[in-house]
Design a protein around this ligand. Structure first.
Ligand code: SF4
Length: 563
């Protein structure tokens, strides 16, 4: 199955994987040259992981492998969990691997290990070698896993969706460091995963393959990404008004007996008019999801006020509260988790209908449920299915159908397309936009994908550690955000390397002054002394940054900030 070849570290000819009932991979042929980065794209279930495991010689039991896999030199597979041995220090794992593969002595191996970590921007690399994987944050663990793989100098690196769960800002930096190193070292890289928009255009890969249902095909015919919505600014009084909202979680008492709190939303104020759309952008820990949930009182605030149609929800009489519960609906990141696995979709949607006033007859309910599914592009047969038998795209649409049943006026979306990829994701967002326009729904859209948020909403807020650092029309941010953090988010969403250093600070120990200053390429001494306030820089555009308030940073494009 494997053997020497004409110089390509990987050449695959007519590779098929079969079970007694299915063709899992169907006659795949391709090669990867030394120093070439080949992106392997495809939706969930396309067969990417299966292919990488087959190339690593790890096909599952009961699977027949046909065709030829020619591998020249050492191959290494980095699995989706970036597996490191949890019981051994990083140093021990590096020295063992390098001794086994290259006969390296311990001292040389540790030096090589520190150099490898530095290639992935790990600060104080030599000291980290004494740590166990569980003592590292998620981003650091991924850097260590990829550094370990590259230190072994493989001829072929098979990377299965590395760092998929990291924020785009960290993930894109990691992948661009990896691609730079494999090119320099002459390692052939087969990089599978969700890489959008185009990894070749972004410079992360030299070529791409698209796998769909076990076959290699043409690149997906994606609808062109929609530009930021150009809609007239909504007029009229706000229907939702959030004033100085604070959400904090108790952390127990310090050794001095003082109460400690983790502040997640720190005095945020927003207002939303009828039919208005607002994106909440930020990395994990920015507070966007907690803010979205606190508005619906799914998370209790510790301060501030949320008013719906002029009524403070904390003190609303029962009738106003019932109305608000109907008017405000939410879409969660994992739609399946929001359904009861033991009940059919139809039964759960009917339950939602039954809870609404006025009550409907059974026949009327059946018609309404069929209409609800039709509106989201699902056949009525889905009503008879249980959540577990839905594909992710169907589950997202079923969740949307349920949220629309009460005829809400505001839809709060918390990463509603998180489980979707490629065409399915684009289709779902197009559907959401169309329904929103048709129903004149107000929309609050929380996402870590800045490009997506800017396409969905007319206006956007960028959040960092629970505070707004920039707010403007989406078109203004897309054309040239001012805050270094906003620029980094937008750059990473386009797979361009963001101009930020290091990892996000712990919300338990935020830096003094500006919360971005330890990662910011424009930081100066004053940034450590005085926290910037959110001030207007143009009509409708506010920024919290000492430098950006004086004018757009050098470097015209988002993310390409000149220090
Ligand atoms: S205030 Fe300073 S550290 Fe903060 S974003 Fe602006 S330049 Fe960077």
């Amino acid at each position: 199955m494997s053997g020497a070849d004409n110089g390509a570290p990987l050449r695959v000819e007519g590779l098929s994987l079969l079970t007694s009932r299915d063709i899992l991979l169907d006659r795949l042929s391709f090669s990867v040259e030394p120093g070439e980065a080949l992106a392997l794209l495809g939706g969930a279930g396309a067969g990417k992981t299966l292919l990488l495991r087959a190339l690593a010689g790890l096909s599952p039991k009961g699977v027949t492998v046909l065709g030829d896999i020619h591998i020249r030199g050492r191959r290494l597979l980095v699995t989706q969990d970036g597996a490191l041995d949890p019981l051994r220090t990083l140093g021990a794992q590096f020295t063992e691997l390098l001794a086994r593969q290259s006969g390296m002595d311990e001292r040389t191996a540790l030096r090589r290990a520190a150099e490898a970590l530095e290639r992935f921007q790990v600060p104080a690399a030599a000291r980290r070698l004494a740590l166990h994987p569980h003592e590292l944050g998620e981003a650091m663990r991924w850097r260590a896993a990829l550094a370990l793989a590259m230190a072994a100098e493989p001829a072929l690196l098979l990377a299965d969706a590395p760092a998929a769960a990291l924020d785009p800002t960290q993930r894109v930096r990691l992948l661009s460091d990896l691609a730079a190193w494999t090119r320099e070292a002459g390692t052939a890289l087969l990089l599978a995963g969700r890489l959008q928009p185009d990894p070749v255009q972004a410079g992360l890969a030299d070529r791409r393959l698209v796998l769909a249902q076990g076959r290699l095909g043409e690149p997906e015919a994606k609808p062109a990404p929609a530009p930021p919505p150009v809609e007239p600014a909504p007029s009229g009084p706000p229907i939702l008004s959030v004033r100085d909202l604070r959400v904090a979680f108790p952390l127990g008492r310090s050794w001095r007996g003082e109460e400690r709190w983790l502040t997640v939303v720190d005095g945020l104020s927003i207002a939303l008019a009828e039919g208005e759309t607002l994106a909440l952008l930020g990395e994990t820990g920015s507070g966007k999801s907690v803010l979205a949930r606190a508005i619906l009182r799914l998370v209790p605030p510790v301060g501030g006020q949320v008013s719906w149609l002029g009524t403070d929800l904390a003190a609303a009489p029962p009738e106003a509260m019932r109305r608000a519960r109907r008017d405000l609906q939410i879409l969660f990141p994992d739609p399946l988790a929001a359904f009861d696995p033991l009940m059919s979709i139809g039964a759960q949607l009917a339950e939602t209908l039954e809870s609404l006033q006025p009550p409907r007859s059974a026949a009327d309910r059946a018609v309404r449920l069929a209409e609800a599914l039709e509106e989201v592009g699902l056949p009525a047969a889905v009503l008879d299915l249980h959540p577990g038998s839905l594909r992710p795209a169907e589950a997202a649409r079923a969740g949307l159908a349920r949220a629309l049943l009460p005829e809400p006026r505001l839809l709060v979306c918390d990463e509603p397309a998180a489980t979707l990829d490629g065409v399915e994701r684009a289709d779902f967002l197009a559907l959401l936009r169309a329904i929103r326009r048709r129903r004149r729904l107000a929309l609050l859209y929380a996402t870590q994908d800045a490009a997506e948020g800017l396409r969905v909403a007319r206006r956007a807020l960028v959040l960092l550690l629970g505070r707004i650092v920039e707010s403007a029309d989406s078109a203004v941010l897309a054309a040239g955000a001012r805050h270094p953090y906003s620029r980094a988010l937008i750059a990473a969403a386009g797979l361009a390397r963001p101009a930020l250093h290091g990892d996000p600070p712990s919300p338990l120990r935020p830096p003094t002054g500006c919360a971005l200053r330890l990662r910011c390429p424009l930081a100066h001494d004053g940034c450590a002394q005085v926290p910037p306030t959110l001030d207007p820089v143009a009509p409708g555009h506010r920024v919290a940054c000492h430098v950006a308030q004086d004018g757009p940073p050098d470097g015209a494009q988002n993310g390409q900030t000149t220090p």
